[in-house]
Design a binder for this molecule. Structure first.
Ligand SMILES: Cc1cc2nc3c(=O)[nH]c(=O)nc-3n(C[C@H](O)[C@H](O)[C@H](O)COP(=O)(O)OP(=O)(O)OC[C@H]3O[C@@H](n4cnc5c(N)ncnc54)[C@H](O)[C@@H]3O)c2cc1C
Length: 241
């Protein structure tokens, strides 16, 4: 029966994802589960095929295809049965980079979104903390302005791609007295002094790395903020919904 939603073009695209999964994921998925890691190569190959940009603007290398391309893409990735691969790729493409795409400056988009679409950089989004996940308002990670930098202190846990990512969009309190109006999103790059991570052991989804992150007086330029100061909660709300 002809689908109401998927056109011939969507189906051709779906076939290309199916072929990609058969060639680049199925033969290796078991080994990645043992390794507790997905090779960088996979992101590069997804990027070369243009898959990582189907939801992003053409200006930064994406193709801004309609939502049914995303449905076909995520359905075919999920049919691989390697949920760890799906988690790692979808958090990178639809959660971490989406915050930058939604509210980041053009400079941040050039530095992080474009290479993410190309598969050259992998991103993470860090909201959850050891002291609470659902209750975002009570987060303890802080970012304090010092000249033209923010100084970040705190910790995050259960962060997908957290141990192997190149950058992480970190939710921090920039105003301790403003509740949800005091939360901001700041990009921290791997290698920034004071930023460290460890990989958590899980009972499944082993190939998806899940990290615990520590921020010990991490200095990042003020220009690394995603959107306006204090708007982090609302940007995340929009991206997650
Ligand atoms: C594999 C994996 C990957 C993850 N990846 C990420 C990631 O990339 N980035 C990130 O930021 N986080 C990530 N998380 C964390 C996830 O978002 C949190 O686990 C989630 O927000 C819940 O937080 P929590 O585990 O602290 O549970 P809690 O907040 O302690 O909640 C525990 C239970 O209590 C319930 N509950 C909480 N508050 C209330 C209330 N007021 N009233 C009634 N019931 C309540 C919840 O519904 C839940 O059932 C990941 C988690 C897992 C397991």
């Amino acid at each position: 029966m002809k689908s109401q939603y998927f056109t011939e073009e969507h189906e051709l695209f779906r076939d290309s994802v199916k072929q990609f999964v058969a060639k680049e994921i199925l033969p290796f998925g078991n080994q990645w589960e043992k390794d507790e890691k997905i090779p960088r190569d996979l992101f590069m190959k997804l990027g070369e095929q243009g898959f990582l940009g189907i939801n992003h603007d053409e200006q930064f290398g994406g193709s801004k295809a309609d939502i049914f391309y995303t449905c076909a893409y995520l359905e075919e990735l999920a049919k691989s049965n390697y949920a760890g691969v799906c988690a790692a790729v979808s958090v990178h493409q639809y959660m971490a980079t989406n915050h930058i795409a939604e509210a980041g400056s053009d400079e941040l988009k050039e530095r992080f979104l474009r290479p993410s679409i190309e598969g050259k950089k992998v991103g993470a989004i860090a909201v959850t903390e050891p002291f609470g996940g659902s209750d975002v308002q009570s987060m303890r990670t802080t970012a304090v302005k010092d000249g033209d930098h923010y100084v970040i202190n705190g910790s995050k846990t259960f962060i997908t791609n957290g141990h192997f990512c190149d950058f992480v969009v970190v939710a921090c309190k920039t105003d301790l007295n403003a509740g949800i109006n005091g939360i901001s999103l700041i990009v921290v790059e791997r290698g920034t002094p004071g930023f460290s991570s460890t990989q958590l052991k899980k009972i499944g989804w082993h190939s998806s790395d899940t990290g615990e992150l520590a921020f010990d007086n991490v200095r990042v330029p003020i220009s690394n903020i995603v959107g306006k100061e204090g708007m982090g909660f609302f940007i995340s709300w929009k991206v997650f919904s």
